[in-house]
Design a protein around this ligand. Structure first.
Ligand code: BEZ
Length: 212
């Protein structure tokens, strides 16, 4: 198992899931993907996370992002747990959860951190671009549920910066001003960004979100 870093090709796999056997690349098609792991079935934080993920499916779909979750329990366990998630979180889990009993995908993506827990996965997030390269990695401990607003926000940034020569500043949200990429001279930036370029320092230039 090699460490996966940003820019690496996301490893492909075929796995049993709550929606049958799926191949990761086939499932993603030409779009973006988000793969996130959960420590175990029938645990409280994971239950809230998967319920929240289900409620966010529309936001991911709008951005052409397919969701796939993972837990190291089996498909029969997932099926029972999904009933609980739907009931308690008032939603319908509508994306596949990998049944990673043999730890194949967890190992492939280095989701088990033995100094945190020997057997359960940590809360990993991998965002994969249409080129199958890893664009973002997050790791949370079992005790801290993830913020799905942040996942959507970061996808907005990844998709914007994939197509425009900009970067997004701290706490940026879609529609707010963005930073001109440091590699672009200000004179050139003024030609590219017709909505205007505000030079605060030679290295700190702002321009309106080109997609807003
Ligand atoms: C949870 O999802 O609530 C959880 C799972 C493993 C350890 C701690 C919390």
């Amino acid at each position: 198992m090699a460490t996966i870093r940003l820019g690496d090709t996301a490893p492909d796999f075929t796995a049993e899931t709550s929606q049958g056997t799926l191949n990761f690349y086939d499932y993603l098609g030409d779009g973006w993907g988000i793969l996130f792991s959960h420590p175990a079935d029938f645990t409280p934080v994971c239950t809230t996370e998967l319920g929240t993920a289900a409620k966010f499916k529309g936001e991911f779909e709008k951005r052409n992002v397919k969701m796939m979750a993972l837990s190291v329990d089996g498909a029969a366990s997932h099926a029972e747990w999904i009933k609980d998630i739907n009931e308690t979180q008032n939603t319908v889990v509508n994306f596949p959860i990998i049944a990673d009993e043999d730890r194949k995908v967890s190992d492939l993506y280095d989701m088990i951190h033995p100094n945190a827990d020997d057997t359960l996965t940590v809360r990993s997030v991998f965002i994969v671009g249409p080129d199958k390269k890893v664009k973002l990695i997050l790791t949370y401990p079992a005790s801290t549920g993830r913020n799905f607003y942040e996942l959507v926000r970061v996808i907005d940034s990844l998709q914007l910066t994939a197509h425009h020569k900009v970067a997004t500043p701290a706490n940026w949200e879609h529609g707010e001003k963005v930073v001109v990429s440091p590699s672009i001279p200000t004179e050139e930036a003024k030609e590219i960004f017709t909505k205007g370029v505000e030079e605060i320092k030679p290295y700190l230039r702002l321009t309106p979100d080109p997609t807003a």
